[in-house]
Design a protein around this ligand. Structure first.
Ligand code: HCA
Ligand code: CU
Length: 372
């Protein structure tokens, strides 16, 4: 795969997160932040969603950001007209194609879906909008149906088609296979949007890219419906783990402040298992790990924390501590411990740690004692 673009959808999918209700100021702050980060596209809630959503969409579309501004709308002429009026660069259209969702949502046949899409797409294109068409619940839609719809849509001259794992059911291998199959049938770009219900959101987004997707949907911290989609930080980590050059065009040192900002807005702290920005993402604990990391950080770190404005922590106040970490902590305090002294101090800390929780101050005081 050669090309990669982020479709940053904190202001659309992210708004569907249970804890999210962004004010106009917060919407602008998020748009500005991810734009400065360098994402290529920002997707916003449909102007049909609410009056304030329509006003904020128009305001952000006029803001002169570097990213292209998209709005996510139903494949419907009413919504398409509102999208055109809002002044966005493009529209991300959605139509449910799986048996499960077609029944409960619109009851139309594939031919009726295509017919409707033709009208809406022609209209948006005639007004100069970049159009993407997505089959909602793509991974519960039979592959022949998907191919039929996407081929018809591709022939209309859309910029992109989108594949959405709406319910988070797809596995990475399945995503790769479906993307590769569709890639062989259409000539336009392909976007992927994947939910995290079974914990595969980042893996699936990555496999979609490997399979031929060019555009990957992410949100800050992965917030979205239910337990969300692939996170911006997770995708950055995945790419950087292959080669830091893949993310060199993004201001990755901004990730921490962006995650922090959105976490606060939705009333939580950054989850411990977030890639890169977790408070413990670069904390090493067990003796074997700390010994190796102190000798060469690459032993247990695939990502360099300094690239993201973060620092490494070697935890010492616990019973899994090793004497190398103790000796290093002593050096930080400006005291010298021989190997014998460091080993004795480590043994004492392990014994204490078996009895109760210990903190950094206790360890430091002990180290001064053992140095005497
Ligand atoms: C939804 C819609 C969507 C759309 C994805 C897309 C999904 O809320 O159900 O347009 O690509 O997950 O299918 O977020
Ligand atoms: Cu979604």
């Amino acid at each position: 795969p050669d090309r990669f673009y982020f479709v940053e959808t904190t202001l659309r999918e992210g708004e569907q997160f249970a804890g999210a209700r962004f004010t106009s100021e917060q919407r602008v702050a998020i748009a500005d932040a991810v734009d400065a980060f360098g994402v290529e596209y920002i997707e916003l809630t449909s102007p049909a969603a609410s009056p304030q959503s329509a006003r904020d969409l128009a305001m952000i579309a006029r803001r002169g950001l570097k990213a292209r501004i998209l709005t996510h709308i139903r494949c419907h002429m009413d919504d398409a007209r509102l999208a055109v009026e809002s002044g966005v660069n493009g529209a991300n259209l959605l139509f449910a194609t799986s048996e499960q969702l077609r029944q409960v949502s619109h009851g139309r046949t594939l031919d009726e879906i295509i017919e409707r899409a033709v009208e809406v797409i022609e209209y948006l294109k005639s007004h100069g909008l970049e159009v993407r068409f997505s089959c909602e619940d793509s991974f519960r839609t039979p592959l022949p149906d998907l191919i039929r719809v996407y081929k018809a849509i591709d022939s209309l001259g859309v910029k992109r088609i989108g594949l959405a794992d709406t319910v988070g059911v797809a596995s990475p291998r399945e995503v790769y296979n479906v993307l590769a199959a569709i890639r062989a049938e259409v000539s336009c770009d392909i976007e992927f949007h994947g939910h995290n219900d079974s914990g595969c959101a980042i893996a699936n987004a990555f496999c979609a890219w490997e399979g031929g997707a060019t555009h990957i949907d992410v949100t800050v911290l992965g917030i979205g419906e239910r337990n969300g989609i692939a996170s911006l930080g997770g995708m950055i980590a995945r790419l950087a783990a292959i080669d830091p050059a893949l993310v060199s065009r993004y201001n990755v040192e901004m990730l921490n402040e962006i995650d922090q900002m959105v976490a606060e807005m939705v009333g939580m702290t950054i989850p411990f298992n977030s890639c890169i920005t977790s408070p413990t993402a670069f904390t090493h604990k067990a003796g074997m790990h700390t010994k190796a990391v102190l000798a060469d950080p690459r032993s247990y770190e695939i990502l360099d924390p300094s690239m993201f404005g973060r620092t490494r922590t070697v935890a010492v106040a616990h019973r899994l501590v090793g004497w190398h970490a103790i000796a290093e902590r002593a050096r930080e305090l400006g005291i010298y411990l021989s190997e014998t002294q460091a080993r004795a101090a480590a043994a004492r800390i392990k014994a204490l740690g078996d009895e109760h929780d210990i903190d950094g101050t206790t360890v430091d005081e002990l180290l001064y004692e053992y140095a005497e």
